[in-house]
Design a protein around this ligand. Structure first.
Ligand code: ADP
Ligand code: MP5
Ligand code: MG
Length: 544
């Protein structure tokens, strides 16, 4: 995103200004700023030891049943930015991707009650406003803001939805101009709202946005950001800020998508969230705009609803679980049946790449693959792992990475396998989230119990037979394997020294938890990986 300052270079804000923005913008709502500061200091002193205060935005806005805009967008935007968001609902709308089908305005008395509940107890750092459907509600809000001082006020003067439906009629215009805007630290009108605030002249160019920002500034807000998402002639998405002295243009690439429902609400809440975290106004806008651009870009091809204006994904996660986009499926213990573990030294010995090794194992029928690379450079490993993920995914075979959580995340592997001295499974689970597969090497029932408690999906038990792929590795034997399997709450894959000649007794142990065997040398220290895999699979299936 380009961020350029029109007239003069930005001098960096003083440290105290950046540190706690809300203490230094004492105007409007915070006219009585000194007592506000004292109250905050007192509050800080009263804070119980060991507890931390978290940044907090209160949004005063309307509910959107489609959850793309309004209160729902505000909460998601704040959550995505790591800021707590409380809510005062001013109206409930029946709304979807086609338009607004109905509006039910909350009574002034009940808006007042909600404001009192939140402001008197929870002390938000910043208040952000969205849909304020009646002059009476604007009045109640302004009274509450004067009664309970807050650090900053962000006003998104919502009037018309992107679909063209009226959310606040012209009757609120006078209240905006006379009561609310003079209290605002920043107001964020879109083109139509800027035009309405100024009596109706259309805005068609960036130059028009500059003069509109200046005129709206005369109404009283400290900063005016005129948003150009709907500027017809512009290939960039340009927003213009006027702070009373300078103009600033914030530009980002215009994302080619119809999923733009709620961009305005999201931008304003993200600005509020950054202010609550202590940013200056300029940094807050820059971060918020970059965030909106990223979320739009991530969501450009998602499909929710049949109308013209779809919502976007504030948390940038929805595609993880979209079956159309990835062939990844939930882990099943049956995946462990023939578990191929690659070995860099063997690949080198036989002159094959990791990719070719994995491809052949899958062709031979391997049901899950683990990349175990102890020597490769991180960069080479990552590149090879990405290719292997593609191959595995196209065959519906899960791919795990041994030990390297960073590589697993970077190549979007299906999970990791960790040993007893690697990253603890509990930490791996926190880092990787609930959807990735985690396996843990265990030799004892105690270790198996710990793996279960830590949130692993399966355990690998071994070495069952002696092997030359691991030095000084204690073998547990068939008895040790059986003991662990009987105690384990997780499915078990046996590992260590398996080949065609000795796999049958393992499969015939007859313990339900034992779901398969993991093999290294018997597949990869051979001339033809696919043939060996095929032959081994026949024996395994024959004995189950
Ligand atoms: N297609 C797009 N690509 C990138 N940014 C966009 C796009 N549409 C809107 N924006 C940005 O989203 C924010 C909200 O702008 P806008 O859509 O004009 O407001 P509103 O939703 O209130 O009508 C602005 O920062 C704008 O530049
Ligand atoms: C309840 C509510 N509040 C605000 C908007 C503005 O949405 P947009 O950002 O798409 O203009 C909306 N459509 N609904
Ligand atoms: Mg919009």
């Amino acid at each position: 995103m380009g961020f350029h300052v029109c007239s003069q270079a930005l001098s960096s804000a003083p440290i105290h200004h950046q540190f706690r923005y809300i203490h230094s913008i004492s105007r409007g709502v915070r006219r009585a700023g000194v007592s506000n500061l004292r109250a905050m200091q007192q509050e800080e002193e009263l804070k119980p030891p060991g507890r931390v205060r978290v940044p907090h935005v209160l949004t005063v806005a309307g509910s959107d049943s489609g959850a793309g805009a309004g209160i729902q967008a505000d909460m998601k935007a704040c959550a995505a930015r790591g800021v707590y968001c409380s809510t005062v609902v001013t109206a409930v709308t029946a709304q979807n991707t086609v338009g607004v089908q109905g509006v039910n305005i909350v009574t002034e008395e009940f808006v007042r009650e909600q404001l009192k509940s939140v402001l008197s107890d929870m002390r938000p750092d910043v208040v952000k406003t969205g849909m304020l459907p009646s002059p009476g509600i604007v009045k109640v809000l302004c009274q509450s803001l004067k009664e309970f001082q807050v650090g900053a006020l962000v006003v998104d003067p919502v009037m018309v939805s992107t679909s063209g439906d009226v959310l606040a009629g012209s009757s609120v215009l006078a209240s905006f101009r006379e009561e609310l805007l003079p209290l605002a630290d920043i107001v964020t009108p879109n083109l139509r709202e800027a035009s309405a605030l100024l009596g109706g002249a259309p805005l068609e160019t960036v130059a028009d946005m500059h003069s509109a920002a200046k005129s709206i500034h005369n109404i009283g807000p400290r900063n005016v950001l005129v948003k150009g998402g709907d500027l017809p002639s512009s290939s960039d998405a340009v927003d213009v800020l006027f702070d009373g002295k300078e103009f600033y243009e914030f530009r980002s690439t215009r994302v080619n998508t119809s999923n733009t429902h709620g961009t305005g609400c999201t931008l304003a809440s993200s600005i509020a969230a950054e202010l609550a975290r202590g940013s200056s106004v300029l940094s807050a806008i820059k971060i918020a705009k970059h965030y909106v651009e990223s979320a739009l870009d991530y969501s450009k091809d998602i499909l929710i609803g049949g109308g013209h204006q779809g919502p976007f994904d504030h948390l940038m996660k929805l595609k993880n679980s979209a079956p159309d986009l990835c062939a990844r499926r939930l882990f099943s213990p049956n995946d462990l049946l023939l578990y191929a573990v690659t070995d860099s030294r063997m690949n080198k010995k036989w002159g094959r790449s990791m990719r070719d090794a994995v491809k052949s194992a899958i062709e031979g029928g391997a049901t899950i693959v683990q990349l175990r690379e102890k020597d490769a450079d991180t960069r080479d490993f990552l590149e090879a792992a990405k290719t292997c993920v593609e191959i595995c995914r196209s065959h519906g075979v899960p791919l795990l990475i041994n030990d390297r959580i960073d590589i697993a995340l970077a190549c979007d592997a299906d999970g990791v396998h960790v040993g007893q001295s690697d990253m603890p499974a509990r930490v791996a689970r926190t880092i990787l989230g609930p959807d990735k597969i985690i396996g843990v090497s265990c030799k004892t029932p105690e270790q198996a119990e710990k793996a279960w408690i830590d949130g692993a999906d399966y355990i690998g038990c071994g070495g069952v037979y002696p092997t030359n792929t691991k030095e000084n590795n204690l073998t547990v034997g068939l008895d040790g394997l059986k003991t662990v399997c009987l105690e384990s709450k997780l499915p078990v894959v046996a590992i260590g020294g398996f080949g065609i000649s000795n796999v049958r007794p393992v499969m015939e142990l007859g313990v339900p938890n034992l779901k398969g065997v993991a093999v290294v040398s018997a597949l990869f220290d051979r001339e033809s990986v696919s043939t060996e895999t095929q032959n081994l699979l026949k024996v395994i299936i024959g004995s189950t």
